[in-house]
Write a protein that binds this ligand. Structure first.
Ligand code: NDP
Length: 289
């Protein structure tokens, strides 16, 4: 058996087309949604992410505002910038690229963003709303992962879902979303005992660990659906490098029913969902359903 590939690139492209259509509709009504992205410092990976977010925002017909602060910027300077963006009517979404330099308290910064413009969904108000099933902006990577799962089947009620990783940006919100889908959810982390045995129970396995190919083929239940969130750069024999996920793809593919590749799986969905969240925030702020 060879698992079906879940084509995140294609599904993200469809989502971007749908977002662009909504933007066109809003623009006709005189509303041009705007996304502000804030980058502090020169982290090369963050610069690449910020660039692609800005490019895709413009491609979807939205306004993109990029703000760059130096690596030694103070927390006060960043908070002042956020306050300005909170009050700026042209800005519907605010995203502060993580990680932030050590002198800045990321939690304080995330709390400073107006929850209605918090398109990353990291503000405690949005976290609480998602956890209580009362709306809220859903973080982009878990949202993208759920949409990929829904491309395989639309009803997950009663299935065993195992999430490896308990971060605030992926693991925990993913658990909330899958609970919302009526899965029986297990969340694992670095202190979990006998991870292979727990993974083997999973009808749905979400890997968000950050350890290259840690999850082996023999950890996977035959017929499982695998969402590999991990993005790990590993050296190759020719002195270059390549990206791999947290799941040993070639092994897992022989056992699973469907699996996301890395790259080309969850990655493209994250930015597409950011665009979707921005349009949604633009609508909600104006009371449009
Ligand atoms: P974090 O480092 O914040 O969290 C990693 C989690 O994995 C922690 O909960 C940690 O446990 C757990 N963990 C670490 N080692 C083990 C182990 N040996 N066994 C079991 N659990 C373990 O990472 P993120 O959630 O931010 O990201 C996870 C991965 O997803 C990374 O590769 C990242 O690059 C990728 N990513 C991809 C995105 C995309 O768009 N595709 C977006 C965001 C992230 P503990 O809590 O006990 O330390």
């Amino acid at each position: 058996m060879s698992a079906r590939l879940i084509d995140g690139k294609a599904i993200a492209a469809e989502l971007r087309v749908a977002v662009a259509a909504e933007v066109a509709d809003l623009t006709k009504r005189g509303i041009k949604p705007g996304l502000a992205v804030v980058l502090v410092g020169e982290d090369p990976a963050s610069r690449v992410y910020v660039r692609s977010k800005a490019t895709q925002t413009v491609e979807a017909g939205m306004e993109s505002f990029e703000h760059r602060l130096p690596a030694d910027a103070s927390e006060a300077a960043l908070l002042a910038l956020i306050e300005g963006l909170n009050g700026d009517p042209a800005v519907d979404g605010i995203l502060v690229q993580l990680p932030l330099p050590a002198q800045i308290n990321a939690n304080r910064v995330l709390r400073a963003i107006n929850p209605s413009k918090d398109v990353d969904g990291f503000h405690p108000i949005n976290v609480g709303r998602v956890a209580t099933g009362t709306g809220g902006i859903v973080p982009c990577t878990p949202l993208g992962s759920l949409l990929l799962l829904k491309s395989v089947r639309d009803n997950f009620a009663g299935l065993d879902a195992v999430i490896v990783g308990r971060s605030n940006i992926v693991g925990k919100p993913m658990a909330q979303l899958l609970l919302g889908e009526s899965c029986t959810v297990t969340v694992c982390h670095s202190r979990s005992r006998d991870l292979p045995a727990i993974c083997r129970r999973a009808d749905i396995l979400v890997a968000a660990v950050g350890r290259p190919e840690m999850i082996r083929g023999e950890w996977i239940k035959p017929g499982a659906i695998i969402i590999d969130v991990g993005i790990n750069r590993v050296p190759t024999a020719d002195g270059k490098s390549r990206l791999v996920g947290d799941v040993a793809f070639d092994e897992a593919r022989k056992v699973a029913n469907a699996i996301t590749p890395v790259p080309g799986g969850v990655g493209p969905m994250t930015i597409a969902c950011l665009l979707r969240n921005t349009v949604e925030a633009a609508r909600q702020r104006r009371g449009l359903t």
